[in-house]
Write a new protein. Structure first.
Lengths: 857, 111
């Protein structure tokens, strides 16, 4: 019992005093006979042992820390390198893991978030996740029993007025069930009640925390205040807490969704999204089965409209695209690669240091320091390096995370920048300690092996240590290869995508958005007056070549897809063809430099009362009238029969990487048969010089046309296209940063190994030189060593890298996984880095003085 | 360096002031001097001894003073000159504190 208790003491203390303490304690116990005194003795002894043992441990720790501080201060180069290496490895891994955790793992910030689901129409051939028609939503909700509650919402954007400068906001209109489904307590006031939903009830709005802060100065008495939303008075009833996002993090304000009765008429007019909370203990599959049954029943009831419309349910947490997933996993994989490199590098550094210190350790050992104390001392040193590295790593991660924000898909209701929460801190701590133990224990055991002074005193080192270190270097080269190749193919994929022609020219253009508030602009004449006034004035500005309005610029809105019906092309509803619908003002194609292939542009004379015309894209013409002249053909689109007046080049509406529906452009004066949502709002201006300088003048023109009209999204067309590939670009940059660090570490590793080999082989080199080896020969011998290590590393790295690129294939945009250029470059860069690392040691080797080296022996 | 001598260390130095002792004897001596108020536990004792040894305030004896009572497990300790100085400094410091306490009326003046 006593013996067991004594095990708590540090071994070095125990071996010195354990027996004495036991004797004293045994004597004590003999002095206290009887049950009660014995019990008291044990209680006191156990308590005291814990206290004194931890004090003894602390004594040693303090001692070791002091020693570590002194030894590290004596070799600041080593200390700095080791801490930096640890910080880079830990920082990259912590950042990547925080990202992965944030996007893929961490529960959404809603209570019972695993029961939150989104409801979609399943249009079989046209995609499984369509928004809902209000009538279908209403019936699903009425008939389904799997949900506690179901609600609906849709994204809107509104002009906020009556509060200083007009402001353009992304917002969402939600049904009263939506907030209770999300179940996040309101910060101030209340959320929507059923009354707010009714037609004719006073308009109400709930603010997001950031909007409350920025636009209303965090005014605590905001509740009940009236603002203008799209020109109409609206009462603020609540503020949501910080960190509440719904449906995406862009929404800054919520209004009550009101569906006019006619919105329920057309069951194919889909424009709202469903959200629901599963009943407790109802699995997703059962809810899906129920909803499918309901959808089938509706399809039976309304075969003309819903014959091919099913239902699909997706857990809210899972709304992350496969591509986002893969990108994040690739990032995490790269970070792990870097961590491995950092750890092996550290192990190498510490091993070299332990060997250099073997003499010191032998002396201490001879002076009676036990093995446990030596290992403990070396471990303390590793832990100190790792903890300092860990602190540095968290600092690096904090700086890096905002730069990676583009990798967080906006489809999730979570913050753009992951917070480094307790779990990530714990993860980093585990990483830190793991690293310390991994690279601390190994050298510690090696260098604490009983070694005689004579052996430790010699400068020559046995071949085993060198082989271990060579293996570590090879591992680093192999991991660097994987990173280099991965980075290479992804960079090529990015370039490939960036070189795709979007269908328009991005140079010398500026765009901005003026969303005209309804109902103020519901009258066609009022709208036309606004466009004419703005465009005429803008075209007068010096340096402006042309200017035009469109409903939504390409890549800013991927929807707006309508079915197309062409006489003579009878089509099943399941295979119905679709096209994107946009209204434009005359001169749009010229401003965008979209080529006009045949026919004409829209013109000011295409008025509402004239026959409806349309300009279609080449792919549209090819689809419906292959090999024929499309001009003058009719088709049914956007609630009217339209005649083709012109054909223009295709545009990548959905972004560079995705195929897009054919495009149909309609004259802005022939608008009223389509929802006001499509009223032209994006202004694009082509200039002869730098376009940004015109922004103030354009803003002034808009203010003169309508002082209450906010201007938003001011950016160049090039910026819009860049935005489209921003996630990829960030990923490539992150990988490039990882790769550079990895190469640097590999070079440091090679440098360290060779320096050490050279310094331990001084005599051998001296002898060689005495026997006639030239300095050049010595240099080439050293470089050959480096190249051999590099070659072995590359040999292992190439198949690994190939496996990785195969795994990444869906991200590669057509670049082959075995891309010769990427592999070739990676090999060349690896070899170059290794040679660079061997340069200084080689030089040192060639300067060995044979006489001095031999004399030293 | 030894300006702050822990109470246990001070008691050990006092106990060793006139006589070399082994560990258990120190415990008993301290208990006797303090009329049983301070009973050093073996853990505290040896930890303090270890530190006093490191600081050079006491030394371990190579030869045992009384072979008859000796037991292999017993090690004897002797106060060093440095230890005497440290104990004396600490005593002075404590006396000074007592003086201060008297001056402020916290305790009765010495008869």
């Amino acid at each position: 019992m006593l013996r067991l208790l004594l095990l708590i003491y540090p071994a070095s203390f125990r071996s010195e005093y354990g027996a004495l303490i036991r004797t004293a304690l045994e004597q004590h116990r003999r002095d206290s006979p009887g049950f009660l005194p014995a019990a008291a003795f044990w209680a006191a002894t156990i308590a005291d042992t814990f206290v004194s043992a931890s004090a003894a441990h602390l004594d040693i720790l303090r001692h070791d820390l002091g020693y570590t501080a002194r030894t590290l201060a004596r070799s600041p180069g080593f200390a700095l390198t080791a801490i930096t290496v640890a910080a880079l490895g830990i920082g990259a891994t912590a950042a990547a893991m925080a990202m992965l955790d944030h996007v893929l793992v961490r529960p959404l910030p809603f209570p019972d978030q695993d029961r939150l689901v989104k409801l979609y129409e399943d249009h079989q051939s046209n995609g499984r996740q369509w928004d809902l028609a209000p009538a279908n939503y209403r019936d699903w909700k009425r008939l389904a029993t799997s949900f506690d509650r179901a609600g609906a919402f849709h994204n809107i954007s509104v002009n906020l007025g009556g509060n200083g400068d007009p402001q353009r906001l992304e917002a969402a209109a939600v049904t009263p069930e939506t907030f209770p489904i999300l179940d996040v307590p309101v910060w101030l006031g209340r959320t929507f009640a059923a009354e707010d939903d009714r037609d004719g009830a006073p308009a109400t709005a709930v603010l997001s925390y950031p909007l409350w802060q920025s636009a209303f100065g965090a005014d605590p008495s905001i509740i009940g205040r009236t603002v203008l939303l799209d020109g109409a008075p609206c009462t603020i009833i609540g503020v949501m807490p910080r960190g509440f996002y719904f449906p995406t993090r862009e929404a800054q304000l919520w209004t009550a969704m009101r569906l006019p009765p006619d919105a329920f008429a057309d069951r194919t007019n889909t424009f709202i999204y469903g959200i629901a909370k599963l009943r407790r203990n109802v699995p997703l599959e059962r809810a899906q089965a129920e909803l499918s049954t309901i959808a089938a029943r509706l399809a039976h009831e309304y075969p003309a409209q819903l014959a091919h419309t099913g239902a699909s349910i997706i857990r809210m947490r899972d709304e992350v695209s496969d591509k986002s997933r893969l990108m994040l996993k690739a990032l995490a994989g790269a970070a792990l690669c870097l961590l491995i490199i950092a750890c092996t590098n550290l192990a190498n550094l510490l091993l070299a240091r332990a060997m250099q210190r073997s003499k010191e350790i032998a002396v201490r050992s001879a002076l009676g320091a036990g093995r446990e104390r030596l290992i403990r001392q070396i471990l303390t040193e590793s832990l100190v390096i790792a903890i300092l590295g860990g602190i540095g790593g968290i600092a690096i991660a904090r700086v890096a995370l905002p730069l990676l924000a583009r990798l967080v898909p906006i489809s999730l209701p979570i913050a753009a920048v992951p917070a480094i929460d307790l779990r990530i801190l714990l993860f980093s701590a585990a990483l830190t300690c793991g690293t310390a133990i991994a690279f601390g224990v190994f050298p510690a055991f090696r260098s604490s092996r009983p070694m005689s002074l004579r052996e430790g005193g010699r400068s020559g080192i046995g071949g085993r240590g060198e082989r271990t270190r060579s293996i570590l270097v090879v591992a680093q080269v192999a991991a660097s290869m994987v990173l280099l190749v991965g980075c290479g193919v992804l960079a090529r994929a990015l370039w490939q995508i960036q070189s795709i022609n979007p269908g328009f020219q991005t140079d010398n253009t500026i765009t901005l958005r003026t969303t005209l508030p309804m109902p103020r602009y519901e009258d066609r004449a009022v709208r036309e007056q606004f466009y004419t006034r703005v465009l005429d004035s803008v075209k007068q500005l010096p340096g402006v070549q042309n200017a035009a309005y469109i409903s939504f610029l390409p890549m800013t809105m991927r929807g707006g897809i309508w079915p197309v019906e062409v006489a003579g092309h009878p089509q099943d509803i399941s295979s119905r063809r679709t096209a994107s619908l946009r209204f434009v003002t005359p001169g749009f194609f010229d401003t965008m430099r979209i080529p006009l292939i045949s026919g004409r542009d829209v013109s000011e004379s295409d008025t509402f009362h004239k026959h409806d015309i349309a300009i279609v894209s080449q792919s549209f013409a090819r689809t419906f009238w292959p090999g024929e002249n499309p001009i003058g053909r009719h088709f049914d689109f956007g609630n009217a029969d339209r005649t083709v007046a012109g054909v223009v080049g295709d545009v990548r509406v959905r972004g560079l990487e995705r195929s897009s529906e054919p495009q149909v452009y309609l004259p802005y004066k022939q608008h009223d048969r389509v929802a006001m949502f499509y009223a032209p709002k994006d202004l694009v201006v082509r200039t002869s010089g730098a376009p940004e300088s015109l922004v103030p003048a354009i803003r002034r023109i808009i203010r003169e046309a309508d002082p209450e009209q906010p201007v938003s999204d001011v950016r160049t067309l090039a910026a819009i296209v860049d935005e489209d590939v921003a996630g990829r670009a960030v990923q490539v940059r992150a990988l490039a940063a990882f790769t550079i660090v990895a190469l640097l570490l590999a070079a440091i590793g090679i440098h360290g190994l060779l320096s050490f080999t050279i310094s331990s082989r001084t005599q051998e080199i001296g002898v060689r030189m005495a026997l006639g080896a030239t300095p050049a020969g010595i240099v080439s011998m050293t470089c050959r060593t480096a190249l051999r290590l590099a070659a072995i590393g590359i040999l292992f790295g190439v198949p690994l890298a190939y496996a990785v690129t195969r795994w990444l294939q869906s991200l590669l945009a057509g670049v082959q996984p075995g891309d010769a250029l990427s592999f070739g470059l990676a090999i060349a860069v690896c070899l170059a880095a290794c040679l660079a690392g061997s340069f200084r040691p080689a030089l040192a080797a060639s300067r060995v003085d044979p006489a001095a080296a031999i004399r030293a022996e | 360096m030894h300006s702050d001598l822990p109470a246990a260390a001070f008691h050990i130095l006092v106990s060793l002031a006139n006589e070399d002792r082994h560990g258990y004897a120190i415990i008993q001596d301290v208990a006797a001097r303090t009329k049983g108020k301070l009973k050093l536990s073996p853990g505290t004792l040896y930890r303090t001894i270890q530190r006093l040894l490191e600081q050079g305030l006491i030394a371990e004896l190579r030869h045992r003073p009384d072979p008859e009572f000796d037991d292999e497990r017993r090690r004897y300790y002797r106060i060093t000159a440095q230890g005497v100085r440290a104990a004396r400094d600490e005593a002075k410091r404590l006396a000074q504190m007592v003086k201060l306490a008297r001056a402020s009326g916290l305790m009765p003046k010495e008869a």
